[in-house]
Design a protein around this ligand. Sequence first.
Ligand code: GDP
Ligand code: MN
Length: 379
Amino acid sequence: MNLHEYQAKQIFSQYGIPIPRGRVAANPAEAKQIAEELGGKVVVKSQVLVGGRGKAGGIRLAKSSQEAEELATLILGMEIKGLPVRKVLVDEAVSIEKEIYLGITNDRSSRKPVLMASAEGGVDIEEVAARTPEKIIKILIDPLLGLREYQSRDVAVSIDLPKPFWRSFISLAESLWRVYRETDATLVEINPLVITKDQRLLALDGKMSIDDNALFRHTDLAEKRDLDIEAPAEIEARKYGLSYIKLDGEIGCMVNGAGLAMATMDIIKLYGGSPANFLDIGGGAGADKVAAALRIILSDANVKAVLINIFGGITRCDEVARGILAAIGEVKPSVPMVVRLVGTNAEEGRRLLADAQMITAETLVEAAQKSVQVAQGGA
Ligand code: GDP
Ligand code: MN
């Protein structure tokens, strides 16, 4: 899960990282009000979860609160890389002497967090990384020892940070490491971290990604999720505790167990079809959950057939059948459905579905073949 700049900066600030004064606004009048409080000279910043907002025209300097209002109107009407701008951050404008890059992420090959820094921070950091990777300093962090002071000092030296800033840089890096560790982040990034003309270190931008699998222990962070940017089907799936990933194919799949779901997708491909989604309803799913899953599958306009492949263990096939019937009653699907029920209460499940005009299959191969056939318009 990615956080917006204003959210990331609020968290940074709680950990003692200096950020500019500012607040988020949802309309131009609010932006004007905030700009007035900040003395007029502000930067108006689109809050969308993509990089390169500056280059796309989504970051603009205003010299007065009047101009802040105008720019907020403009920016709030923009789409940046396909994402509508719903909020702007209005920050006091600062005069920049130097832009630095500072970030921490996971380095998979060394299985450790890595701190990255560069003297050439700012909007062209991707280019710096591609063309002159030696200008990006990397330091591995031992997860048990944490970021050591000498490491941060080495970084300060390597990026030619003037000596008067060393002390504050070291404490800022330590704070960023604490943010990373304590929020279960997979990325924390400040680009640019600036030296201002009046000789302060300030985090001008902020980016954070939190590990979705750790959100259960960060309910305060989970609430910050921006639902605007997520596909409605995925929001719905999360609500019911379903693991759902939309894909590009035409056969909707409802399966229990991630392994069986993957095997089902593979076998669909083997017989010339392609799956419209990955969907694991999980163990012990009741009728409610099954109905939600089917609704989600059928909401995808690409779906030409549905393949339901349930291996009843903890999950009872009669419950699955009841869920299917409930969903069918509601959605009235126009696509053919192939069902394979095996295991606990399979007989009962099949009996319940007997009148529902479904294509049944005994084996996984048969189920896959039939669904590919009907998806491609065959009888
Ligand atoms: P990004 O393009 O999405 O990474 O957005 P940033 O927040 O990093 O802003 C892009 C660039 O705008 C920064 O690298 C700065 O050069 C510039 N910028 C942002 N805030 C200010 C500010 O308060 N004053 C000045 N002069 N420039 C700013
Ligand atoms: Mn940036």
